[in-house]
Design a protein around this ligand. Structure first.
Ligand SMILES: Cc1ncc(COP(=O)(O)O)c(C=O)c1O
Length: 390
């Protein structure tokens, strides 16, 4: 048995599944061709592999293969969607709506557009992390060109009501983008039923490789325009130039294929593990579940703990488990998480938070070990605090 900490940070990233790696390997060496090379077999076999992943991704979200644009990940897909729509629909309007709990890869492109003169409305969320649909309706204006609401939150796992949002946007002919980085392969997604126009995807949250993602761009009913953000050889029908990264694309396809085959059983297994963890942790006083209790990713458990210092909690857990804490992981500063503060948490509660991201390779024994260690750490910190105060 390895003595490394138990990995429970599957919202940050996941290991590449062995089956995915096996599918990728030939495309680094003997099948190394450029999919854009049309004159020889090296190019053809690479192109065939890319086509296969396009088909897998399209089938996964009920789109067509021509609607898949490969990118380097969800960050690039979000940038392409948001800035691409802003530029393409500039003459129609300059108002964009998004949500306070979005990932930085959505909030930051919006902030950038604001600096260029666009107007950005950032919707609040309710205490359970869901948006209020009437608030969304109230925020819509004749010059609104884009609504961007994530499918599944990366900190609290909350699943936003995509179909209802899609309905509202389609009625008013406003483009609807969703960041589905945490959702692809984990929950059913259907761009037709949910009336989604643009969807960002990534491979590395679903046991695929890092550095590959995609943007779904609706071509029909209605056709959605995006202005390219990277110019060059005209790849991806001009929307995203750059030689396609065949091995990563093959891995992406395989990862999504496996996730879809195993989705129903995995949702059930992860829900059981999460409930098992929560059942044990909730025996402690002053431990709060963050986000909606059921409308969430099966593998997500986010808690906030009263009466402990966030940094001490994080340090105490580190030797046994790799989890994420309630401070902003992406920044050099240790500001409290913007997602947890958007739920209305105090600074103390936002800092003293643990995000458990349970995944494919976690076991019942690991969950029990993690629960015991977390309980012991919290009790130890509370005891220390009481002693100091005496
Ligand atoms: C919700 C969400 N959006 C976007 C991203 C960025 O994805 P990528 O790492 O593929 O650029 C992440 C990953 O951290 C995420 O969780």
């Amino acid at each position: 048995m390895s003595n490394r900490p138990i990995y429970l940070d599957c919202h940050a990233t996941t290991p590449v599944d062995e089956r995915v790696l096996a599918a990728m390997i030939p495309y680094f060496t003997e099948k190394f061709g450029n999919p854009a090379s049309v004159n020889h077999v090296y190019g053809w076999e690479a192109e065939a592999a890319v086509k296969q992943t396009r088909e897998i991704l399209a089938a996964a979200i009920n789109a067509t293969p021509e609607e898949i644009v490969f990118t380097s990940g969800a960050t690039e897909a979000n940038n392409l969607a948001i800035k691409g729509v802003a530029e393409a629909y500039f003459s129609k309007g300059q108002h964009i709506i998004t949500v306070a709990t979005e990932h930085g890869a959505v909030l930051d492109p919006c902030k950038y557009l604001k600096s260029l003169g666009f107007e950005i409305t950032i919707l609040p969320v309710k205490k359970d992390g869901l948006i209020d649909l009437t608030e969304l309706e109230k925020a819509l204006r004749p010059d609104t060109i884009l609504v961007s609401v994530m499918a599944a939150n990366n900190e609290i796992g909350v699943l936003q009501p995509l179909a209802s949002i899609g309905e509202i946007c389609r009625d008013r002919q406003i483009t609807f983008h969703t960041d589905a980085a945490q959702a692809i392969g984990k929950i059913p997604l259907d761009v037709q039923a949910m009336k989604i126009d643009l969807m960002s995807l990534t491979a590395h949250k679903v046991y695929g490789p890092k550095g590959i993602g995609a943007l779904y761009v609706r071509r029909r009913n209605p056709r959605v325009q995006i202005a390219p953000q990277q110019h060059g050889g005209g790849h991806e029908r001009g929307m995203r130039s750059g030689t396609l990264y065949t091995p990563q694309i093959v891995g992406f396809g395989k990862a999504v294929e496996i996730a879809l085959t195993e989705q129903a059983t995995e949702i059930q297994r992860l829900t059981e593990l999460r409930e098992r963890l929560w059942l044990q942790l909730s025996t402690l006083e002053g431990v709060h579940l963050n986000g909606h209790p059921t409308q969430r990713l099966a593998g997500n458990l986010s808690i906030s703990v009263e009466g402990v210092d966030g940094a001490a909690l994080s340090l105490g857990l580190q030797p046994v488990m790799a989890v994420s804490s309630g401070s902003a992981c992406s920044s050099a500063t240790t500001a409290p998480s913007h997602v947890l503060t958007a739920l209305g948490h105090s600074e103390q509660l936002a800092y003293a938070s643990i995000r458990f991201g349970i995944g494919r390779f976690n076991t019942v024994a690991e969950i029990d070990q993690v629960a015991q260690q977390a309980i012991a750490t919290i009790q130890g910190l509370r005891k220390q605090k009481t002693l100091v105060q005496q």
